[in-house]
Ligand binder design. Structure first.
Ligand code: FMN
Length: 363
């Protein structure tokens, strides 16, 4: 059995551990003829890279990606995909396994140490091994390939809440996302979060967050009822990201509080003769199929479990003990989860575009 692959027409397989020699992925099912350079994948990876501000882990990883297979120069000399598996690799260069001496024999509450050992009877404790979010770098790399397949779709994400502090949605400005270390669309919230997160870090604590991922330009028709629903696959993809504890599509949990008439996304014929929706409570997906509206997904991540605050736990010898997790950790994993959420959305949309084309044809 293997559970390191997801997708159907477009499949991503990732491999590697946090402190192994390298991490990598294979993207299989990518159509041929799409221009693809390592620098384009690198640009996405650079947004997720650790150590870019004091608010993320200080692990220094250049995360330099190499394309090992699946590309070749076309007749004009441009490097394009060939339709064969695209293998990508990143060497791990900043491993400090000694930082993890304590967690070799103790279980971090909230982390995967205990469950991995229970399941497999052996675990690579260096940095959490396979359970480390280092793996998410390869999701971002795979997502960069997926973006090529859905080149008319824009996939963007933003941090909309840290701990109890939410953005003011009336100040939402996508341009702000690139201007602050939080991927926050509200400049005033971003300024306030600086002090809040400094306090959290200095206290040896951590904070959770909510990320919103939005896709524009998805045509009506992607997604397949009943067991290949677009919202079902998006929820699964987001939930597979480390530390994610909840996923919402459109209004999500808030929809339960609306009346039927308030929740109805009413329709009209627009000036150009095409259908127009007057609201988007559904988040762009109805009956598991995209409606042509903006697709909106939110996910919540829990606070980082590796913290300096002492916590009660047990050790591998069956004794009660305490743990203080040193080493380099994200005080809020939600920040670096923003490009990861975008990548997962791009991978699912690209998969569904290809699945839609396989069944009903089209561009
Ligand atoms: C981008 C990102 C960075 C993360 N960094 C850390 C970290 O530095 N320390 C930590 O304990 N957990 C970190 N996590 C979360 C753990 O990987 C995750 O909690 C762990 O694998 C257990 O899985 P679960 O929380 O999904 O149940 C990070 C998660 C993401 C998405």
């Amino acid at each position: 059995m293997s559970f390191n692959t997801f997708g159907q027409a477009l499949r991503l397989t990732t491999w590697g551990e946090s402190h192994g020699s390298a991490i990598g992925c294979v993207v299989d099912g990518c159509p041929p003829g799409l221009p693809l350079e390592a620098s384009e994948i690198q640009a996405e990876l650079d947004r997720r890279r650790p150590g870019q501000s004091r608010h993320t882990t200080q692990r220094r990883e250049p995360d330099e990606v190499r394309i090992l297979s699946g590309v070749f120069p076309d007749a004009t000399g441009r490097q394009v995909t060939t339709g064969t598996p695209i293998a990508l690799v990143i060497e791990n260069v900043d491993q400090r396994s000694k930082d993890y001496g304590d967690i070799a024999s103790k279980f971090r509450p909230g982390h995967a140490d205990y469950t991995y050992l229970q399941k497999y009877g052996i675990r690579d404790y260096r940095g959490g091994g396979r359970s480390s979010a280092r793996e998410t770098a390869m999701r971002v790399a795979g997502g960069a390939v997926a973006r090529k397949i859905i080149d008319r779709v824009s996939v963007r994400a933003a941090l909309v809440q840290i701990g109890p502090h939410r953005i003011d949605r009336s100040r939402w400005d996508w341009a702000e996302v690139a201007r602050n270390p939080f991927f926050c669309p509200d400049p005033m919230a971003a300024a306030a979060w600086e002090g809040y997160l400094d306090g959290v870090r200095k206290a040896g604590s951590s904070a959770g967050a909510v990320i919103e991922v939005v896709a524009d330009g998805v045509p009506p028709g992607w997604g397949a009822p009943l067991y290949g629903k677009l919202d079902q696959d998006l929820a699964s993809a987001m939930m597979s990201i480390n530390a994610v504890k909840a996923v919402e599509i459109g209004d999500g949990f808030a929809a339960a509080e609306l009346s039927g008439e308030a929740n109805a996304d009413e329709m009209r014929i627009g000036n150009d003769g095409r259908p127009v929706f007057l609201s988007n409570h559904a988040g762009g997906i109805v009956g598991g199929i995209s409606s042509g509206q903006q697709i909106v997904v939110r996910f919540a991540v829990k606070p980082t479990s590796s913290i300096l605050q002492p916590r009660r736990t047990i050790d591998t010898g069956g004794r009660d003990t305490e743990i203080v997790t040193k080493g380099r950790h994200d005080p809020c994993v939600g920040i670096r989860a923003v490009p990861v959420g975008e990548a997962m959305m791009a991978l699912v949309l690209a998969d569904h575009k290809l699945r839609h084309r396989a069944q009903v044809g089209g561009p």
